[in-house]
Design a protein around this ligand. Structure first.
Ligand SMILES: [Fe+2]
Ligand SMILES: [Fe+2]
Length: 287
C-alpha cells in the first residue's frame, strides 16, 4: 500500500508532531543494506541528518538571546539533546559502515540560524524540525530493513531522537502561535516563507534520479513529498499563517515577496541578551 492514509504498519512508537498528522505509509518497502546503490542513498540521508544535528550548536545563540526563563531552559535542554543526536547518528553510520559526506547546499540553506526570534521559531523549529521529523520517523523508521540484525538497535536510537524532535517542533509551534497572536501582521510573510521552504524541498531528492521508478522506496518519494507539503500546510492552517482557502497566484506571490523582505530585514537583526534584564520578573520577584 502506498498512501497518505493512517498507517497500520508504522514501525514507531513516537507520536506524530501533531495529532492531525496521519503519517505516511511506505507499504513495507525497504532499502537493501547489501546493495551498493541503496547504501549510497542511505549514506546521503544519514549524512544530511549528521550535518543537521551538528547545527544544534546554534542553540547557544538562542540561549544567549532567550526572552524568558522558559526559553532559556528549553534551549539548554535542546542543545544537550541535539549534541546527543549528533553522536547517535555517528554511531548509526559506524554500525552500518557508511562514511559521512558533506551536507547538501539546500539543507545548509534551510538550517541557517536566524537571529530574528519570530523567524527562528517558525523556520527552524516548527517547519525545519518538522520536516526533519518526517524524514526520521516516516522514512528511516519504516525503510530500514528489520531483517538486518543491526537495524533493531538503530531503530531504538531513532525513536529516542524522534521523541525529542517532537518536543522541538512543539516548542516552535507554541512560540509561533504566541508571536502571531501578538503580531498578526506577520502572517502573510510567514505564509510566503513556508512556500519558499516547500519550494526548496525537491532539490534534496533530485539526486535520486537514476533508477527512481524501479526502486521500491524511491518511487514513492514524489508522493512522500506531497505528504510533507500537505502536512506543512495543515500545520500552517492550524497555527494561522496559511489561509484556509487556497490562495490565488497573486496572493501567493505577494506573500513570497513579503517573506523575502522579512528574511532580508532579519539579517540585520542583532543577537542581544535579555534575561539579565528580565530575570527578577521571570523569577517572580517583580509583579
Ligand atoms: Fe536533533
Ligand atoms: Fe531538534
Amino acid at each position: 500500500m502506498n498512501s497518505v492514509t493512517s498507517s497500520t504498519s508504522h514501525d514507531d512508537t513516537a507520536t506524530g508532531a501533531a495529532s492531525d498528522d496521519p503519517g505516511f505509509d511506505f507499504g513495507g518497502a525497504t532499502f537493501d543494506l547489501q546493495d551498493p546503490d541503496d547504501r549510497e542513498i542511505l549514506r546521503f540521508i544519514l549524512s544530511q541528518a549528521l550535518y543537521g544535528e551538528a547545527t544544534g550548536v546554534y542553540c547557544g545563540k538562542s540561549l544567549f538571546a532567550a526572552r524568558s526563563l522558559e526559553a532559556a531552559q528549553f534551549y539548554v535542554r535542546q542543545a544537550r539533546q541535539e549534541l546527543g543526536h549528533l553522536k547517535l547518528f555517528a554511531d548509526i553510520m559506524r554500525e552500518l559502515e557508511l562514511e559521512p559526506q558533506d551536507g547538501h547546499w539546500a539543507l545548509k540553506l534551510l538550517s541557517t540560524h536566524n537571529n530574528y526570534y519570530p523567524l527562528k521559531v517558525l523556520m527552524e523549529h516548527a517547519i525545519g524540525e518538522g520536516m526533519v521529523l518526517d524524514v526520521f520517523k516516516e522514512v528511516l523508521l519504516q525503510t530500514l530493513p528489520d531483517s538486518d540484525p543491526r537495524v533493531g538497535p538503530i531503530k531504538k536510537k531513532l525513536r529516542v531522537i524522534c521523541r525529542e524532535e517532537e518536543e522541538h517542533v512543539a516548542w516552535g509551534e507554541k512560540e509561533t502561535a504566541r508571536i502571531l497572536s501578538e503580531k498578526p501582521y506577520l502572517k502573510p510573510a510567514f505564509f510566503g516563507l513556508v512556500e519558499l521552504q516547500l519550494a526548496l524541498m525537491p532539490a534534496l531528492v533530485h539526486r535520486f534520479g537514476k533508477g527512481f521508478e524501479r526502486h521500491p522506496v524511491l518511487k514513492q518519494l514524489p508522493e512522500f513529498l506531497r505528504y510533507v507539503e500537505a502536512r506543512v500546510r495543515r500545520q500552517g492552517k492550524r497555527l494561522g499563517y496559511v489561509p484556509d482557502i487556497q490562495a490565488s497566484t497573486l496572493r501567493r506571490a505577494a506573500s513570497v515577496g513579503m517573506g523575502l523582505a522579512l528574511l532580508a530585514r532579519s539579517q540585520l537583526s542583532r543577537s542581544k541578551s535579555k534575561l539579565e534584564k528580565t530575570y527578577l520578573r521571570e523569577l517572580g520577584f517583580e509583579h
